[in-house]
Write a protein of this length. Sequence first.
Length: 492
Amino acid sequence: MSTVTPSIAPGTAPSPAPGLRALSATAGAGHSVWGLDAVQLHDRFWAARGVQVVRQGERSEIVADAELFLLIDPRSLVIFPLGPLVEVISWVKPDVLLVRLQDKIERGYRELAVTDAQGRFVRFQRVYGGGDSRLARVSLTADRDLARTWQNATDVRTGRRHIRHAIRPQDRLTMSASGSVYDRHSGEEIMQFIRVLVRDWHRPDATIPRARRVSAGVWADRDVKIESGTRFVGPAWIGAGRRLEPGEAVVGPAALWDEPAARPAVEDLQWQEIEPSDVMTRPVRPRGQTSFQKLTKRLFDIVAALIGLALTAPLYPFIMLAIWLEDGRPFFFSHTRETLGGKQFPCHKFRSMRRDAEQIKARLAKENASDGPQFFMKNDPRLTKVGKLLRDLNFDEFPQFWNVLMGDMSIVGPRPSPNKENQYCPPWREARLSVRPGITGLWQVMRSRRQGLDFQEWIRYDIQYVESVTWRLDIWIIWKTIVLMIFKTGSK
């Protein structure tokens, strides 16, 4: 007798019903979806998050537009939550974050179809694989030279040694994280990787131009024709050259590989155009709040602002003296922002820039590195030395407790922005002006992209906040802000 593995996800029972298609039982170098093999799909997945994958010994261009570089060995494909690690990088600012990635593999079982010598079906046989644990080491860095050093190393051990020699111990940070690790040379593990990718990557069109959305969770090659009556059960990717007949059903999470003769050429990745966002145009539905909820939030804001002013007031004379010694008066800077319903108010801060900052800004307009309407440039020459320190410690925002007390701001809410920025995206404007802006907010504690290049995240998290605002969410954001500030201050 011989055995063959049908197209069944581990741990599930087979379905012999006709007309069902799922992932091919074998996966190798010849298989692709939208022209991309598993390794290329892996790299596009990370590119959609602003991360370039760099493998030891595999030469490729180190792109200027990547926000981070993921340094991995040439054998592995990895998936892990990026946000918590980027938070650490943003606050602690190590030159390299060394990550011990642990994958607790639950193999479950597989159903094997047992056949006789003539290929006739005999029975199903369930094979249990048990559990296993796998450890991989990866690194995250924003240093292009370090990424190039890793890429040029003769082997993985040498590459790690070069990193240790290039980066001082105080500029390296080591963490452990949970994730998934797959062997790119194993057909079975490639199948598992693709299933996870199909299930969890909700916007493959971010870095794969050929992918077009057919329905929720279903993406197909732009040239594929799907006949009316085709059914999809779960998420699925449909490769080039496939034809789905009426009455057929595709069971996911699964991918239908490209037909070999129809495999399309791979389109270059345009890093400057990564991560399109539907929040720019979709309607926003702010979560309704009762009068009681609004009243309790306002009372909380008043109490919190009074406590904040009492705790920070003793620092005011020292901050004002430092500002005066470097650049004279004024001590405070007020900029016109918009609050609830579009009402304008002066948002107060300790002055962190030179007195002629607005005039200098006009000359620096061409150097704006932001991906949105706000102005941002690294090493902004308008910042004073004291101002840079105040911003690093978030001390420049202490006067905003007064804005909260006056009712123009809240402790938690979207970042306060001027009218010019709010006009950039109408749905976003309506969302953020449906609540008071906050000293801290969901975007501030969840951002995972580099400052100046995170405008779409800013929009997404502002909208997410107003559509799901609750007391529990506010308390979580406050707690997260305190933890991050302690973490940041402790790393100085």
